[in-house]
Design a protein around this ligand. Structure first.
Ligand SMILES: NC(=O)c1ccc[n+]([C@@H]2O[C@H](COP(=O)([O-])OP(=O)(O)OC[C@H]3O[C@@H](n4cnc5c(N)ncnc54)[C@H](OP(=O)(O)O)[C@@H]3O)[C@@H](O)[C@H]2O)c1
Length: 334
């Protein structure tokens, strides 16, 4: 398998580490960053890349100022796209992905921007060019929420989904319960521990979960819902007494995403909800995540796990490539 990598930040580095650690003999022909690239059409030496990980510009193959136009014609089977997310435009990822699909290159990405913006268009382009697009990393990373729906629920109709998809908010709510601390105190601690970002808006306001639920509805239920249609409530209004009251009833408060049908119209709702012990996602703890699908013919299916982290996210990229490559080998995609 020949690979090109765009984006060499937390997940990109973890992906190269993973190929090294697992002794996977795929060829990485280039790594593109925002200000240059390293290229070796015979395949880069991954051990050597590891040595220059913290300053890739010192690598002998570094080409300062190289851009997408310098790598797009290099022959690869898979582009791993891991640039920062831009929710408004999907750029630069969406252009990179479109151009690569047109050239018959399979895509595996962790970037929610282009998928939220134009999953249908990208999928159509992939089909036209007889390639595939793997997006497992965009929704819950290591939690197989996309493949669980696409592969393990194949042939069934998914009637509704409930999910806990944001490790940061789950951690904050758990800590508020355990330590009986306020939301503000717990958020500060989580920031000090590096679990919550310095600007936690995307997580605690529920946008991150809303984006992931929108992708799930659009990909698994063939909808065309926009983020603005999601009914959204954030967790900063949850108080210690709400949590204590819930506990007295043997319940927990979780930031829950819900996709449901209202008179056959698919709707998405995200917000803190009290769930009891009988709920399939009651045991989702700490940085873990979970998803619960209700289907017409396969019954109810729940998947829990897939903690957050760059290595876990990189492992989900690896999973998508292995899966798509097996189809590729048996001739389903090219
Ligand atoms: N972190 C996670 O655990 C996680 C989990 C699931 C999904 N994701 C998604 O995966 C993607 C990568 O995440 P990350 O944490 O690895 O991000 P990151 O640490 O910010 O790294 C982003 C990389 O993209 C490069 N880049 C920026 N603009 C570029 C451009 N125009 N052309 C080429 N390269 C460009 C950056 O290069 P420079 O270094 O030169 O700026 C950097 O190497 C994001 O979309 C993120 O949302 C992340």
């Amino acid at each position: 398998v020949n690979i090109g990598l765009i984006g060499y930040g937390g997940v990109g580095k973890a992906f190269i580490d993973l190929l090294n650690e697992k002794n996977i003999k795929w060829k990485v022909r280039y790594i593109l960053k925002s200000d240059g690239a390293i290229i070796d059409k015979e395949g880069l030496d991954l051990d050597e890349i590891k040595r220059f990980q913290d300053n890739i510009k010192l690598h002998k193959n570094w080409i300062d100022g190289a851009g997408f136009e310098d790598i797009i014609d290099i022959d690869i089977d898979f582009l791993v796209e891991l640039t920062p997310t831009n929710m408004e435009t999907g750029e630069p990822a969406i252009s990179y992905i479109r151009e690569s699909l047109k050239r018959g290159i399979n895509i595996v990405t962790g970037n929610k921007g282009p998928i939220l913006k134009d999953y249908r268009g990208l999928k159509r382009l992939a089909e036209k060019n007889k390639v595939n697009i793997g997006i497992g990393c965009t929704v819950g990373g290591a939690l197989p929420s996309i493949s669980g729906g696409l592969i393990d629920c194949a042939g069934a109709n998914i009637e509704s989904m409930e999910a806990i998809l944001n490790g940061t908010t789950n951690y904050i709510l758990d800590q508020m319960e355990e330590g009986e601390k306020t939301y503000e105190e717990t958020l500060k601690e989580a920031q000090e521990l590096g679990i919550a970002e310095s600007n936690p808006t995307m997580d605690v306001k529920g946008y991150d979960t809303a984006i992931k639920m929108t992708i799930l509805a659009n990909v698994l239920m063939n909808e065309n819902i926009s983020l603005e249609e999601v009914q959204l409530e954030c967790i900063d209004k949850v108080t210690v007494s709400d949590i204590k009251n819930a506990r007295m009833r043997d319940c927990k408060i979780k930031l829950l995403g819900r996709i449901y049908k209202d008179n056959e119209k698919v709707k998405i709702q995200v917000g803190p909800e009290e769930i009891d012990k009988s709920h399939p996602l009651y045991s989702v703890e700490g940085k873990n995540k979970g998803i619960y699908y209700r289907t017409d013919t396969l019954g109810d299916i729940t998947i829990i796990g897939g903690a957050s982290g760059t290595m876990n996210a990189a492992a989900s990229i690896l999973r998508d490539i292995i899966f798509l490559n097996s189809q590729y080998v048996i001739g389903n995609t090219k």
